[in-house]
Write a protein that binds this ligand. Structure first.
Ligand code: ADP
Length: 476
């Protein structure tokens, strides 16, 4: 079956490309359409035409559609989770977990649709009242990456629809399957034509057409820092709202007084699960010297016990890297680390499995210094490094010494250090005795410095981006 783009309520025929399974490169997950620049422009025009009616639509209509989507995604979690694992390479358990998360997000925003509110205050001038309301921003461009193929589209599409925006959605080239499935579900749930348009295709063509359009009022983007900067520059040029989520180089601090088992679980989960392909991954393990050797030994032992194999196989802990490009990048950084003088304490080998795929053993570097490239640049693979430090003061200084600021974690039993860390970590999210990755869907997601730009995503904070505030004055 050829999966087509949805433009103005119609499935549009066009050129198609195969979607390849990274666990078995002989397997084609499906054929997916490639939108052209003209398709993207038609989609934007459709979203613009649909805006007046949708932005004034009844709240029960929005709530009903979002609720139906949540119900269908949940009912099909095994099937959609399998599709996700096949096209992206995370394990089936991770794929199903992410699918459930997407359903929860739609469910949350179905509820939010009935809780839209404003504020009324007296004017400073007698006899006048002021109402503050939130209105839809307009046509929103949604550009998503490959590493969370269903959750990231869900956490952008659901609040955008809830607040009455119309959308042009461009998923990452590597994972059109989950994107198509979500759009199909929302379309059948009864969204009016033009409200949600799907334009699968190349970033340089379709993404660029969204950046260049005068009719797009806001763009929400998750992806690399370099593309993010391009998106921000285009949004400045057009004076439009922008929200960027980009990389991370997230530290997990492990203090001498940490519970070793908790610290090892946090490190292994945070650094290596989902093949390390999470922007919240713990890529820097900042460890004080009293626990350093025990921690490194225990992490290495744990890594030896992990099964790296086909994402769909029962018992697999870590699936393949997403594609050849990403594998090349991971291997490049493994070489960079060795050249910089780091010790490869474990892993880093290419692995052959029954099916041909991009399998890479998780890699742990030790004896690393904070200024090495492997500790400053985002690798986005199953590669983490240990930085040995003297004490807590040095640990937090190293943790904060990065151009990124998404998530920051600490493993400690000290209330004093945990409290100080929560207050002083330069990150949008802080985790105490928890992995840096793995966040809730109903609270704000986002970071500081080079990790994020613009308002937070998710939960009630999503309203900041997906609405614009109006103050209306009335003299009675
Ligand atoms: P990664 O693939 O490493 O996650 P990218 O920033 O390359 O990061 O991709 C994130 C999203 O941005 C993808 O959907 C991609 O197609 C899109 N993209 C890439 N180049 C552009 C561009 N010039 N304009 C708009 N979107 C783009």
């Amino acid at each position: 079956m050829l999966h087509q783009n949805l433009i103005d309520g119609e499935w549009v025929v066009g050129e198609a490309v195969p979607n390849i399974n990274p666990s078995d490169t002989n397997e084609v997950v499906g054929e997916y359409a490639l939108a052209s620049k003209a398709d993207a422009e038609t989609a934007i025009a459709a979203a613009k035409a649909a805006l007046p009616a949708w932005s004034r639509s009844g709240l029960l209509e929005r709530q009903g559609i979002l609720r139906k989507a949540a119900d269908e995604i949940l009912a099909r979690k095994e099937e959609l989770g399998t599709l996700l694992a096949r096209e992206e390479g995370k394990t089936l358990a991770e794929g199903i977990g992410e699918t459930v998360r997407a359903a929860q997000i739609f469910d949350f925003f179905a509820g939010e649709a009935l809780r839209l509110s404003g504020e009324t205050v007296p004017s400073v001038r007698p006899g006048i009242g002021v109402e503050m309301t939130r209105e839809a921003v307009g046509v929103v461009g949604i550009i998503t990456p490959w590493n969370f193929p269903i959750a990231i589209p869900a956490w952008k599409i659901a609040p955008a629809l809830c607040h009455g925006n119309t959308l042009v959605f461009k998923p990452a080239e590597l994972v059109p399957g989950c994107a198509w499935a979500i759009v199909d579900i929302l379309h059948r749930a009864g969204l009016p034509k033009g409200v949600l348009n799907l334009v699968m295709g190349k970033g340089s063509v379709v993404g660029q057409a969204i950046l260049d359009s005068r009719d797009v009022s806001a763009i929400t983007f998750t992806g690399s820092v370099s593309t993010g900067k391009r998106v921000a520059a285009a949004c400045a040029e057009h004076m439009r709202k922008v929200q960027l989520e980009m990389g991370g180089k997230n530290p997990l601090v492990v203090l001498d007084d940490a519970d070793l088992d908790i610290a090892v679980d946090c490190a292994v989960n945070g650094a290596f699960f989902a093949t390390g392909q999470r922007c919240t991954a713990s890529s820097r393990l900042v460890v004080t010297e009293g626990i350093h050797d025990r921690f490194v030994n225990a992490v290495t032992e744990k890594l030896k016990s992990l099964v790296i194999d086909n994402a769909l196989k029962q018992g697999t802990h870590i699936g393949p890297v997403v594609d050849q490009n990403q594998l090349d990048q991971d291997e490049k950084y493994l070489a960079v680390g060795r050249d910089e003088g780091a010790t490869l304490a474990f892993g880093g080998e290419r692995l052959n499995r029954e099916t041909p795929g991009f399998y890479l053993q998780p890699a742990l570097f030790t004896d690393t210094k904070p200024d090495m490239r492997i500790n400053r640049e985002e690798i986005f693979g199953p590669v983490a490094s240990v930085i040995r430090v003297k004490d807590y003061e040095e640990a937090i200084a190293v943790a904060n010494d990065t151009p990124f600021g998404l998530s920051s974690g600490i493993c400690t039993t000290s209330l004093k250090h945990a409290t100080h860390f929560k207050r002083n970590a330069e990150a949008g999210m802080v985790m105490v005795n928890l992995p840096t990755a793995g966040v809730d869907f109903h609270v704000p997601f986002g970071g500081r410095k080079g990790s994020s730009y613009g308002p937070r995503e998710q939960g009630r904070y999503a309203a900041e981006f997906y609405t614009t505030v109006k103050a209306a004055y009335t003299q009675a």
